[in-house]
Design a protein around this ligand. Structure first.
Ligand SMILES: *[C@@H]1O[C@H](CO)[C@@H](O)[C@H](O)[C@H]1NC(C)=O
Ligand SMILES: *[C@@H]1O[C@H](CO)[C@@H](O)[C@H](O)[C@H]1NC(C)=O
Ligand SMILES: *[C@@H]1O[C@H](CO)[C@@H](O)[C@H](O)[C@H]1NC(C)=O
Ligand SMILES: *[C@@H]1O[C@H](CO)[C@@H](O)[C@H](O)[C@H]1NC(C)=O
Ligand SMILES: *[C@@H]1O[C@H](CO)[C@@H](O)[C@H](O)[C@H]1NC(C)=O
Ligand SMILES: *[C@@H]1O[C@H](CO)[C@@H](O)[C@H](O)[C@H]1NC(C)=O
Length: 342
C-alpha cells in the first residue's frame, strides 16, 4: 500500500473516531487551499446532513478529469462529506485501500470507495481546484453565480493582484472577504448607453470597462489569461468556455483591480475602490462612437452592507459617469422584475 494516499484518507476516519458530538460535515482540503467559511456554511446548509452527501467539484482542466474521473471531488478544491457518509466509509475504507494498493491519489481512493457504496458526487461550482497556471485574473474576473468557497494552488499561480507577492495578494483579498463573502468574486454586469460602454465587476477583485456593448452571454466567459496546468498536454480544454485574448480595441477591456474598502452611510453601504493596473495602450473603439475610457483611473462600486446576496442571486447596477472625469461609480441595486439587460 502506498503510505501517503492511505494516510490522507485515513485522516478522515481518524477525525470521525474522535467521536465529537453533533458533527454534521467533515471537510477536507489541501494545505495550499483557502476556504471561505461563511460561504461554505451557507452552501452546506442547503443539504440535509443526515443523508448521504459527497459535495465538491472536479478540475477546470479537462485532462485532469479524464485521468481521474469527472465524478471525483478534487481535494485541492476541497470537499465535504456528510456524517452518514463518513460513518459508512469507516467500515469500508481499509478494504478500499487494500484493493488498490498502487493507487497514488487519495482523492481517487475516496471517490472509487464512495462510488462503490453508491454515493454520487454532488457538484458545487464554488470549489476551485485551479488546475491552471500563471495569470488567473481572467478566470477570477468571470466567475459563475455561486458563492466562492475555496481557492487552491495559491503557490502555483502568479500573485492574483499586480505588484504584490503571493501572501500580500491573498491577504488583500481577505480584507474584502471579511466585509461580504456573499458578493466576493461575483460578477455584475451593466451598461452605460451614452458612451456605449460595458462594465463587468468581479466584486472585491476587479472591474473591467469595454468600449463596446458586449452581451452578458459573452462577458460571462473568462478571458483566457491563464495557461494549462500541465504544459506538455496538448488538449487545452477547460470545463467552461473561454474568450481568446485579442488586440481589438472593441474587445480588450480597461482593467482595474481592487484597492481599498470602506463603509459609508452609517455602515449601511460598502464602497470598494478599483484602480487601473496600467494604461490600455490601444486606440479608441471607433465603431461605437470613439468614447475613450483612457481618462478613468478609478472605479468605485457601491453595494449594500446589510443585505447579503442570495446564493446564485445577482445584483443589478447603474453607472454614474460624468464625461471626462477620472472616477466612475457603479451603484449596485436589486434587479427589477424581468429586467432586460442587454
Ligand atoms: C433529513 O433526512 C433525515 C434522514 O433521511 C430525515 O429523517 C429528516 O426528516 C430530513 N430532514 C429534513 C429537514 O428534510
Ligand atoms: C508560467 O508558470 C510557469 C510555472 O509556474 C513558469 O515556468 C512559466 O515561465 C510561466 N509562464 C509565463 C508566460 O509566465
Ligand atoms: C511579501 O511581501 C511582504 C511585505 O512587503 C514581505 O514581508 C514578505 O516577506 C514577502 N513575501 C515573500 C515570500 O517574498
Ligand atoms: C453606439 O454604437 C452604435 C454602433 O454600435 C452607434 O450607432 C451609436 O451611435 C453609438 N452611440 C453613441 C452614443 O455613441
Ligand atoms: C472614430 O474616429 C475615427 C478616427 O478619427 C473615425 O475614422 C471614425 O469614423 C470615428 N467613428 C465614429 C463612429 O465617429
Ligand atoms: C478618442 O476618444 C476621445 C474621448 O472620447 C476623443 O477625444 C478622441 O478624439 C478619440 N480619438 C479618435 C482618434 O477619434
Amino acid at each position: 500500500v502506498k503510505p501517503i494516499p492511505a494516510r490522507i484518507v485515513r485522516a478522515i476516519i481518524e477525525a470521525f473516531r474522535e467521536g465529537d458530538k453533533n458533527v454534521r460535515w467533515y471537510v477536507m482540503g489541501d494545505d495550499d487551499t483557502i476556504f471561505f467559511l461563511d460561504n461554505l456554511i451557507g452552501v452546506l446548509a442547503k443539504y440535509n446532513h443526515s443523508k448521504y452527501y459527497y459535495i465538491g467539484s472536479n478540475s477546470e482542466f479537462v485532462k485532469s478529469n479524464i485521468d481521474f474521473s469527472f465524478d471525483m471531488a478534487f481535494g485541492g478544491a476541497g470537499y465535504a462529506l456528510s456524517y452518514p457518509v463518513v460513518e459508512a466509509l469507516a467500515a469500508k475504507l481499509d478494504s478500499c485501500i487494500e484493493r488498490d494498493p498502487q493507487e497514488h491519489f487519495s482523492d481517487y481512493i475516496l471517490h472509487s470507495c464512495l462510488a462503490d457504496l453508491g454515493v454520487p458526487l454532488t457538484l458545487e461550482k464554488g470549489f476551485h481546484q485551479i488546475d491552471m497556471r500563471n495569470d488567473t485574473t481572467g478566470f477570477l474576473s468571470a466567475q459563475p453565480h455561486t458563492p466562492f468557497l475555496s481557492f487552491h494552488h495559491i503557490d502555483a499561480i502568479d500573485p492574483i493582484f499586480p505588484s504584490m507577492n503571493r501572501s500580500e495578494a491573498i491577504n488583500h483579498l481577505m480584507k474584502v472577504a471579511k466585509a461580504d463573502q456573499s458578493r466576493l468574486l461575483q460578477q455584475t454586469i451593466c451598461y452605460h448607453r451614452p458612451t456605449n460602454w460595458s462594465f463587468s465587476v468581479s466584486w472585491g477583485y476587479s472591474a473591467y470597462i469595454y468600449e463596446n456593448i458586449i452581451p452578458r452571454s459573452i462577458l460571462c466567459r473568462p478571458l483566457q489569461t491563464f495557461t494549462t496546468w500541465r504544459k506538455e498536454v496538448k488538449l487545452h480544454f477547460y470545463v467552461f468556455n473561454t474568450r481568446p485574448l485579442s488586440s481589438d480595441p472593441c474587445q480588450v477591456p480597461h482593467v482595474f483591480f481592487f484597492d481599498s474598502i470602506e463603509f459609508t452611510q452609517g455602515d449601511e453601504q460598502v464602497v470598494t475602490t478599483y484602480i487601473r493596473k496600467s494604461p490600455r495602450g490601444l486606440p479608441n473603439c471607433s465603431s461605437t462612437g470613439n468614447h475613450s475610457a483612457d481618462a478613468i483611473t478609478k472605479i468605485q462600486v457601491l453595494s449594500p452592507a446589510t443585505t447579503r446576496l442570495e446564493a446564485g442571486g445577482r445584483d443589478c447596477c447603474d453607472i454614474e459617469y460624468v464625461d471626462r472625469t477620472s472616477v466612475t461609480q457603479v451603484k449596485y441595486r436589486p434587479c427589477l422584475k424581468n429586467e432586460v439587460i442587454a
